[in-house]
Design a protein. Structure first.
Length: 245
């Protein structure tokens, strides 16, 4: 997968895109990443990329020319397998479903806004708009990093075992089941016996049940959107009976 990020603060991406799984995937050639400073495309002698808003108001607004010039110089905007993502609080809330869909693309580009906002005409050049939540950040750089990390770990080869992310919270619409490792007894808190008996089917059922329990307790909104199969309906009924005793 090829990813290009358009920002006026490229230095913010040095660590997150070079460390851990993303760094290893880049070394292997699974991921190609480039961070482009659209300040380099400004025609202003001071390399300014913002100006005061028409109609008045506080703050500065990103101008369309530097951003669009950077996009045109570094992307084929007519390419079919390209998504140009505008990072904005006005976009759809980014979730695991969106991450899965975007992980299937060959090329992604992220436009990181800053200051008070961006000129409305920049929207014309984006194919998707995403936010990571209902709160205010200084710019689009941190949300872009979050989305890139979420998407890239789903790209084949980035994580060795597919099951590693298929069990993650949200991947299948439920929260992940509890996990344990050594020691068996930690300050009187013991690992559930079912995880120690080596019976794979019992372990699978326990994990599914605990995943449903955790989702029901902590994120009932997710369960409301989740389509239960017959086994899950039975397990959830057991969970509710146990918790409501």
């Amino acid at each position: 997968m090829e990813i290009k990020v358009f920002t006026i603060f490229p230095e913010m991406f040095d660590g997150p895109l070079s460390a851990s799984l993303l760094g290893k995937a880049r070394e292997k050639g699974i991921l190609e990443m480039e961070v482009i400073n659209f300040r380099d495309y400004s025609t202003d002698k001071h390399r300014a990329v913002d100006d005061t808003p028409y109609g008045g108001g506080a703050g500065m607004v990103l101008q369309p020319f530097p951003v669009v010039a950077a996009l045109r110089a570094n992307l084929d905007l007519n390419e079919e397998d390209l998504e140009v993502i505008l990072v904005t609080p006005q976009g759809a809330v980014f979730d695991q479903k969106a991450a899965i869909e975007l992980s299937k693309k060959k090329k992604l580009a992220f436009i990181c806004g800053h200051y008070e906002g961006f000129d409305e005409r920049i929207r014309k050049f984006a194919t998707k708009e995403y936010s990571i939540g209902d709160y205010v950040l200084t710019g689009g750089e941190l949300p872009a990093m979050v989305m890139i990390d979420t998407i890239c770990r789903l790209v084949p080869g980035v994580i060795k075992e597919q099951a590693s992310f298929e069990d993650d919270s949200f991947y299948n619409g439920l929260l992940e089941y509890p996990q344990y490792t050594r020691p068996r007894d930690f300050e009187g808190m013991e690992v559930p016996e079912v995880l120690l008996n080596g019976h794979h089917e019992q372990i699978r059922i326990w994990r599914k049940k605990e995943s449903l329990r955790r989702t029901w307790q902590r994120r009932p909104d997710l369960l409301a959107k989740y389509e239960l199969d017959k086994e899950e309906e039975k397990l959830l009924a057991e969970v509710k009976a146990e918790e409501l005793r």
